[in-house]
Design a protein around this ligand. Structure first.
Ligand SMILES: CC(=O)N[C@H]1[C@@H](OP(=O)(O)OP(=O)(O)OC[C@H]2O[C@@H](n3ccc(=O)[nH]c3=O)[C@H](O)[C@@H]2O)O[C@H](CO)[C@@H](O)[C@@H]1O
Ligand SMILES: C=C(OP(=O)(O)O)C(=O)O
Length: 430
């Protein structure tokens, strides 16, 4: 599957969801782990609980493009990577530009091959998404970064590293992939590295855990200050990817928007951070029992204030879904998006379904309650896609969501999992 094929979801709303759903492994944990596995010069890395999503398929293609052997066993949700044959420093645009996680391959290429050539970096188009914290960090460790413009006008970035040396590094803001890339670059560098203002996301901690199992010496994860003592070699290990808190959040909201009751296997309320508290305020009841999170809604939804922030603040990746949910709340909700400046195209799509949303820069006011009706809408990015599925579940009649490749970038088996809970949803390809 590639972006060339149009993926569409058709949803007929009005069904109350009920039952048990399995939360997938985390996209934003598995992608850095694939990057980490390329740092092992011998042996095979075995990743378990791998989400079967398009970004993982692209990462497997990219791992092969740089010379590694990678096999995704879909039924077993297991990915096996042998990076002993790593041979090319080039991240080709046709694969790398399709997902942001491609940039997480850079530290392995620098350490194993002495250079990385980046023909394109992708990810959802969310406005400005800079990489300066990454480049500045690599430079402080001794790398040189140069940009060349290709014949067709695209920028190609060359990063050259002789031996990377430990250094004092920082992120201006606690960047998720920035922290992961700097930790990976430091893991095999000579000497000690300190990373200040490091990200606290659970996926960053899961990535530290696999690197520690591989032999890396990392301390301070979860504190904002991370220290890494460089080692000479990392070994291939087996690791189980943590559950995807954004996937969990979307299913929580599927229960909320349909007035349903769900058991989410693998979901952890703590990982939802402030989003869990906000959903409680809106009228959801949570009950965590071991690895199962039960959620139900028994009263009308109350309106909400949301300010997105780094973890444990309200995750920007749940901002679009909660915009859809707040359309049904009994009064005006206020949303302030602080992380990305291009995430409000959703408001226009929800308006086609009958929502009343006023957007002013990075702030939105959602005037609930609205009566949503089915319409033809477009997923402008991954989380816009999940939000439109939620809106479709609550709308009267049929909603058709196009450009839904974006949704498949990050959520596995969306139609199957929702259908099992009683939703009327199909996925089509043309
Ligand atoms: C693959 C992956 O893990 N993606 C996640 C990751 O993206 P990603 O790691 O790209 O997001 P960052 O945390 O780096 O970005 C946050 C903010 O910092 C800015 N910034 C970032 C790096 C940099 O060098 N310079 C700079 O200015 C960005 O433009 C953005 O405004 O975290 C985001 C925020 O939680 C999530 O929405 C994405 O799902
Ligand atoms: C922005 C997202 O992902 P990426 O960083 O991979 O584009 C996302 O998961 O919503």
């Amino acid at each position: 599957m590639s972006m060339g094929q149009d993926v569409r979801y058709r949803v007929r709303g009005g069904h109350r969801l009920q039952g048990t759903v399995f939360i997938q492994g985390a996209k934003n944990a598995v992608l850095p782990m694939i990057g980490a596995s390329l740092m092992a010069s011998k042996g095979r890395t075995v990743l378990r609980n791998v989400p079967i999503i398009e970004d993982v398929r692209r990462a497997v293609e990219l791992a092969r493009a740089v010379g590694a052997k990678a096999e995704l066993h879909e039924a077993e949700r297991t990915l096996v990577i042998d990076a002993s044959t790593l041979s090319s420093p080039v991240l080709p645009a046709e694969i790398a530009a399709q997902f942001r996680g491609s940039f997480l391959f850079v530290p392995a290429l620098l350490h194993r091959l002495g250079e990385a050539v980046i023909e394109g970096v992708g990810g959802c188009n969310l406005g400005s998404r800079n990489l300066d914290f990454h480049y500045n960090g690599f430079k402080r460790m001794g790398a040189t970064v140069t940009e060349q413009v290709s014949d067709n006008g695209d920028g190609i970035i060359h990063i050259k590293a002789g031996d990377l040396r430990g250094a004092t590094l920082y992120c201006d803001t606690p960047s998720h992939t920035g922290t992961e890339n700097l930790i990976m670059a430091a893991a095999l560098a000579k000497g000690q590295t300190l990373i200040k203002n490091a990200a606290l996301e659970p996926e960053v901690l899961d990535n530290i855990a696999i690197l520690q199992a591989m032999g890396a010496r990392i301390s301070g994860g979860g504190t904002g200050f991370i220290t890494v003592e460089g080692v000479d070699e990392l070994t291939a290990v087996e690791h189980t990817v943590m559950p995807d808190r954004i996937d969990a959040g979307v299913f929580v909201m599927a229960a909320a928007i349909t007035g349903g009751e769900l058991s989410l296997v693998g979901a952890n309320l703590e990982h939802l951070g402030v989003a869990g508290d906000k959903l409680e305020q809106m009228g959801l009841e949570f009950h965590q029992q071991g690895a199962v999170l039960q959620v139900r809604r028994e009263r009308p939804l109350r309106p909400i204030n949301v300010i997105t922030d780094e973890y444990p603040g309200f995750a920007t990746d749940l901002q679009s879904p909660i915009m859809a949910l707040s359309c049904l709340a009994d009064g005006p909700s206020y949303i302030y998006e602080r992380i990305f400046d291009g995430r409000f195209k959703l408001a226009g799509e929800l308006a086609r379904m009958g929502a009343d949303i006023e957007v002013n820069g990075n702030r939105a006011k959602v005037n609930g309650p609205a009566t949503l009706r089915g319409a033809e809408v477009e997923a402008h990015d991954l989380r816009c896609g999940s939000a439109l599925v939620l809106a479709g579940l609550a709308a009267a009649g049929e909603t058709t969501i196009t450009s839904a490749y974006y949704l498949d970038r990050g959520h596995s088996h969306t139609a199957e999992r929702l259908s099992q809970l009683g939703a009327d949803i199909v996925r089509e390809i043309s």
